[in-house]
Design a protein around this ligand. Structure first.
Ligand code: ADP
Length: 363
């Protein structure tokens, strides 16, 4: 059967295990020889015990676990061509010509670069005698399918990335817990949530928790936000509300592009309104815990589709990313999506927020 490997890379997210499980089982079902590559690209470069054959039962009892059981890592060496050459050799030695990469835009960019260089690596390995003539002929192609695992929902082309829904559940639980104590003491709570340069987690959790104010990177507030914020908080208290909730996305900025931090917001509220104000930084709690039903199903569907895409690929087929589009699993050109995601980041850095939102599309 064809050699197929799956690995997780970059930041972890809930639902990655469901995807790994689906890849392994769909691969075996379709007659592939399936491998895990542990610790992302680092394991691919180190080879040896980091690349292990998987069987049907090696992915039993992982669907409910958060994070990734095969480990993830950031790997400097893979950024260098020589590192990628080592990785190529390790894959060829095991007859792996199909890869499912589960990670964020960095990991997917690396995968695409690896694929573009593949024939170069194979030539060079043959020249140096590190692979045989037979291996050279047999493994002259590499097919790649990507899955987006990220809690931030920051990738263009997919409605939801694997992990976002679970992170929202974690945030919601935390806010619900805080609301009950805030209510008792008439406090104002400022919650910092993750998302890097994407305000999705902040925006959705603000909506679902009846927050009074939200700061997100895509929509910097007007210059007089301190006055507007305080007026709103004051009105709520006058109307009889016993607590205030403010959500700050970790990537929130003002119109000059300077960060707006929870500390800054707190200072405004304390100085102007003298409200008893507390900050909670949710941090890695958002990435932890068991994946939601949505993320488990998403991981399963995306994983199965990735294997089917690889099995149908020809040497001319571009690397693809499996996306969720209106509840359908679709295959999109990996590099188009990565480039679009980079264009969003650039628009944000250039303070062209409307353009960024437009480019990002539905997600
Ligand atoms: P994420 O995949 O979550 O965006 P990173 O951006 O840290 O996380 O990328 C994870 C790993 O992918 C990096 O440590 C590196 O090994 C690899 N990688 C990222 N960008 C590239 C690139 N441009 N070229 C080669 N490898 C890359």
């Amino acid at each position: 059967g064809k050699g197929l490997a799956v690995f997780t890379s970059g930041g972890d997210s809930q639902g990655m295990n469901a995807a790994v499980r689906a890849v392994v089982r769909m691969g075996i079902y379709l007659g592939c020889k399936v491998f895990f590559i542990k610790e992302g690209y680092q394991g691919m470069i180190d080879g040896g015990e980091y690349i292990v054959e998987a069987n049907w039962s090696s992915v039993s009892s992982i669907i409910h676990k958060g994070g990734t059981v095969i480990g993830s890592a950031r790997c400097k060496e893979f950024m260098e061509k020589l590192g990628r050459r080592k990785a190529a050799k390790n894959l060829i030695m095991r007859g792996i010509t199909n890869l499912v990469v589960i990670g964020g835009d960095g990991s997917l960019t690396g995968a695409n670069m690896f694929r573009q260089e593949w024939s170069e690596h194979v030539e060079s390995l043959r020249e140096s005698g590190e692979i045989t003539e037979e291996q050279y002929k047999k493994f002259n192609y590499l097919h790649i399918a990507g899955l987006v695992g990220s809690i931030d929902n920051d990738f263009c082309g997919t409605d939801m990335t694997i992990g976002t829904d679970s992170a929202l559940h974690r945030i919601q639980e935390a806010i619900d817990a805080i609301v009950s104590t805030a209510y008792s003491h008439q406090r104002t709570f400022i919650l910092e949530v993750m998302g890097r340069h994407c305000g999705y987690l902040a925006l959705v959790s603000a909506l679902t928790s009846e927050a009074d104010y939200v700061f997100i990177p895509e929509m910097p507030p007007p210059h007089d936000w301190p006055e507007k914020l305080c007026k709103k908080l004051d009105q709520e208290r006058i109307a009889g509300q016993r607590l205030n909730i403010i959500i700050v996305s970790e990537g929130a900025v003002d119109r000059e592009g300077h960060p707006i931090t929870a500390e800054q917001v707190k200072k405004v509220v304390v100085d102007k309104l003298k409200q008893d104000t507390r900050i909670t930084v949710l941090g890695h709690v958002q990435r932890g815990g068991s994946p939601s039903a949505f993320d488990r199903v998403l991981g399963c569907r995306m994983g199965a589709e990735a294997v089917m895409a690889l099995m149908e690929a020809t040497p001319e087929t571009d690397a693809c990313v499996i996306s969720l589009d209106g509840n359908q699993a679709v295959r999109l050109n990996l590099m188009d999506c990565v480039n679009k995601t980079k264009a969003v980041a650039k628009a944000m850095a250039d303070k062209e927020w409307d353009l960024a939102v437009q480019l990002r599309g539905r997600s």
